[in-house]
Design a protein. Structure first.
Length: 95
């Protein structure tokens, strides 16, 4: 998969993952292990946009609009973040 293809992937929050935004951070819990994870401010911003419709590229553009970061950095960091969440079972890919 090329980086361009990767950026067009669409993340979603699967059944079995509960989350809540609280004071600018997102708390995530999976039904598998009941472990609570707290996401950073930027991670929370991104996670709230993983709706099964937005691509990683469009989420990265939203990050650029909200935070002081280049599009290249946003795409690179967001891709790594999403892949880590996927490995942990906290997101799935819609495509």
């Amino acid at each position: 998969m090329t980086s361009g293809d990767t950026y067009q992937r669409v993340p979603l929050i699967p059944d079995g993952v509960a989350w809540k935004a609280y004071e600018g951070e997102v708390l995530v819990v999976t039904s598998q292990d009941a472990q609570v994870r707290t996401l950073s401010e930027v991670g929370s911003f991104a996670f709230e946009r993983f709706d099964g419709q937005a691509t990683l590229h469009s989420v990265a553009q939203a990050i650029v609009g909200e935070f002081d970061v280049t599009e290249e950095t946003a795409l690179t960091d967001l891709t790594a973040f999403a892949e880590d969440l996927h490995r942990r079972g906290l997101i799935a890919w819609a495509d």
